[in-house]
Design a protein around this ligand. Structure first.
Ligand SMILES: [Fe+2]
Length: 294
């Protein structure tokens, strides 16, 4: 193994302290970081978007305080991407390019320093870390623009000593039977696939769905990590999305014959599994009685 990544996503911190559903997002992030404290040999922490539920500066500061402390204690970098809940200007005001050294210094090289788009690259002991900005302001779904794709292709043309990871919020894969995943995922997965196919990219790391999911994008592994704020799976009736408490994270091991390997962590939350919300997948309307939709 050459690198171990702690992959978090969707902490959804908000200025009021709780999110729309009354979940204490800061406590959820605290819990998974505390429970990850004995995981050895972590080289890097990545957080793949939806950092601030309300796009507030307070939300970004809350994430940086917590993840930054975890990273500083270990002397490792921490990297952040934008999600659909994020707003680029406050994100940038707190996190800069999104690539930070253990002491919080900005170490990312942006695709375009004059743009608000948060696409950047940095290196960790030979591993190249590329963040893409799939945020489409005002939309839940994601899209990676042609300028980012061109930059990605150019960057990947030169291999990195220990390979590359690409991090973005919206997964370029979806379970066929889930209208939720198909409607809110990345809208141009084939474009991203064409850019990473045949390159040195070990894995594309994503969040957004609040569930763990893996598959291939033109031969390149994709991993979506469970959410920090909530977890979702397909146990709800078709057409409904059910989120439960219980923060998750992933340990991603790179290098070696089985690379990439994914191990999910589940926080020791006494309320894990308790329902947070049940929604209609397509309208987003709250559903009070699951059995009523039978
Ligand atoms: Fe999210």
């Amino acid at each position: 193994m050459t690198h171990r990544v702690l992959h978090l996503s969707d902490p959804h911190l908000a200025a009021p302290g709780v999110d729309n559903y009354g979940v204490d997002a800061g406590a959820s992030l605290d819990r998974i970081l505390y429970d990850a404290r004995f995981v050895p040999d972590i080289d890097l922490v990545v957080v793949s978007g939806d950092l601030a539920d309300d796009g507030s500066v307070e939300g970004y500061v809350g994430v940086l305080d917590r993840v930054g402390r975890f990273a500083a204690e270990r002397g490792i970098p921490h990297v952040y991407t934008t999600g659909n809940h994020d707003i680029r200007k406050p994100f940038a005001s707190v996190l800069g390019s999104g690539h930070l050294s253990p002491d919080g210094t900005d170490i990312g090289r942006l695709l375009d320093a004059t743009s608000e788009v948060r696409a950047a690259v940095s290196e960790v002991s030979g591993l190249r870390v590329i963040t893409l900005d799939s945020l489409v302001p005002g939309s839940v779904h994601g899209h990676v623009g042609e300028d980012q794709l061109e930059w990605l292709r150019t960057t990947l043309a030169e291999p990195a000593p220990a390979g590359t990871i690409v991090v973005l919020h919206h997964p370029p894969i979806a379970v066929h039977s889930s209208p939720f995943m198909k409607s809110v995922g990345l809208r141009n997965p084939a474009d991203l696939g064409a850019a990473v196919a045949g390159s040195d990219v070990h894995v594309v790391l994503c969040g957004h769905f609040h569930l763990q999911l893996t598959g291939l994008l033109q031969g390149v592994p994709v991993w979506a990590t469970p959410g920090v704020i909530t977890r979702i799976d397909l146990t709800a009736l078709p057409g409904l999305d059910r989120a439960v408490k219980g923060a998750g994270a992933t340990v991603v091991d790179l290098g070696g014959p089985a690379s990439p390997m994914f191990h999910t962590l589940q926080a020791r939350d006494p309320e894990a599994g308790a329902q947070v919300y049940l929604l209609n997948s397509l309208t987003g309307a709250v559903v009070e009685d699951e059995s009523a939709s039978l």
